[in-house]
Design a protein around this ligand. Structure first.
Ligand code: 5GP
Length: 177
């Protein structure tokens, strides 16, 4: 409980970023704080939505999923897969597009990043509408893997993002209004 409060106290809320009407939840101060970082990694592991024996790899979503996903993976003895935004990876890649408020975006992995049958846990700092996590799920499954669950640091309430996750289990450490 104390740990949870400590984490919440480190999250910085920035009104008007990246545009008016949005309150950006910034968890960089958690990473910068030695005690905060240790608590974060421990809490993510304790809150895992499935047992570590049920997945082979952790997939982190660009870019903040890259900041703690590899540390979690190393500690659990798993591999790490980077799910990148379009156009960053050398060929061959597979992609999946998804709708944004205005326009579309896509996520990509290298074609051999996910072997058939591989079980994957997806991690990211925050789930809002769930569109990014859903696209990453479809991408990993298109590549032959199975997404077994999701670990988020923060969840924005009121957007029903978790409903997009095909009923798969998820955990989030902090709920934000
Ligand atoms: P979604 O696809 O669920 O609507 O948005 C989630 C994605 O956008 C995540 O990759 C997350 O990093 C980013 N994102 C959206 N809003 C915020 C926010 O307030 N704070 C942070 N740190 N990331 C956000």
């Amino acid at each position: 409980q104390q740990d949870a409060e400590y984490l919440v106290s480190l999250v910085r809320s920035v009104p008007g970023f990246p545009k008016e009407g949005i309150i950006f939840r910034d968890f960089m101060p958690v990473l910068a704080d030695p005690k905060g970082l240790k608590i974060l990694l421990k809490a993510l592991e304790e809150a895992l939505p499935v047992s570590p024996s049920e997945f082979d790899s952790i997939a982190g979503l660009e870019s903040r999923g890259f900041l703690f996903g590899p540390a979690m993976a190393a500690h659990l003895g798993k591999g790490f897969i980077a799910v990148r935004k379009a156009g960053k990876l050398p060929p061959e890649t597979i992609g999946e597009s998804y709708d944004l408020e205005y326009g579309t975006a896509s996520v990509e992995i290298e074609t051999d990043a996910v072997q058939a049958g591989k079980r994957v846990l997806i991690v990211d700092d925050l789930i809002a509408t769930g569109g990014t996590a859903k696209a990453a799920t479809d991408l990993i499954e298109k590549a032959g893997g199975t997404v077994v669950g999701f670990s988020f640091v923060m969840r924005l309430d009121g957007l029903d993002g978790l409903d997009k996750l095909d009923g798969k289990p998820s955990s989030s450490l902090i709920a934000m209004p």
